[in-house]
Design a protein around this ligand. Structure first.
Ligand code: CTP
Ligand code: MG
Length: 222
């Protein structure tokens, strides 16, 4: 079933502290955004790509550009509004994950239709750190069972109806969402993980950027 990909690239990249938008930061010879676009253009089953962009940035060749929103979920919502009405499956990806591979895209698309009536299939890697809850930043309340924990990434693939319902929530609720799948979970939707490599990292700080440069230079992603 053909899918539309939404790439969110409209963030300011404050934690990276680059001069311009994070999506355009040079990375292994290309602007960061181009790595994700190239992987999506290679992936079978993606028929259209919509990109939420920072102000004044042109859409990459072959993509539809839309303006970003105040928070990430608002950018997803703007991109979804430009996705057309023909696709029943919507993939959401962060431009800040330039190590996306066409294989991971294909695995997420296949997982959605793997039987089980899934509303979403999301890339995730098993957690390697021990995770504790310390809500006040001091006293530990709980140590979570590591073998049950997954560090969630993008791509996240959705039945269109489930994503539309999730994004119809009030602006403030969307603003607090750190991924789209949690909004679908809140609606009672069935969300499954798809095991993904830790290499599909998110570039947040300069350490991540250096690691991404190293991995892409070695031929990872794509
Ligand atoms: N994003 C977006 N619109 C926003 C905020 C974020 O499209 N209003 C996108 C970013 O461009 C990124 C992804 O969402 O691809 C994940 O966000 P994050 O890694 O937090 O990027 P930034 O918001 O740009 O970085 P920071 O939070 O450090 O400012
Ligand atoms: Mg952010």
């Amino acid at each position: 079933m053909p899918a539309v990909a939404l790439v969110v690239a409209a963030g300011r990249g404050e934690r990276l502290g680059s001069d311009g938008p994070k999506a355009l930061v040079p990375l292994a010879g290309r602007p960061m955004l181009q790595w994700s676009i190239a992987a999506l253009q290679r992936a079978p089953g993606i028929e259209r790509i919509v990109v939420a962009l920072p102000e004044g940035v042109a859409a990459p060749e072959g993509c539809i550009g839309v303006a970003g929103g105040a928070e990430r979920s608002h950018s997803v919502r703007n991109a979804l509004a430009a996705a057309g009405t023909d696709a029943d499956v919507i993939l959401v990806h962060d431009a800040a994950r330039p190590l996306l591979s066409a294989e991971l895209v294909a695995a997420c698309l296949a997982a959605l239709d793997s039987g089980g009536g899934w509303d979403a299939a999301i890339a995730a890697a098993p957690v390697t750190d021990t995770i504790k809850r310390a809500p006040d930043g001091l006293a530990v309340h709980e140590t979570l069972v590591r073998s049950e924990l997954w560090a969630v990434q993008t791509p996240q693939v959705f039945r269109r109806t489930a994503l539309e319902r999730a994004l119809a929530r009030p602006d403030a609720e969307l603003a607090a969402a750190t991924d789209d799948a949690m909004l679908v979970e809140r609606d009672g939707g069935r969300v499954r993980v798809v095991k993904a490599p830790r290499e599909n990292l998110k570039v947040t700080t300069s350490v991540d950027l250096a690691l991404a440069e190293l991995l892409l230079g070695r031929g990872a992603g794509g």
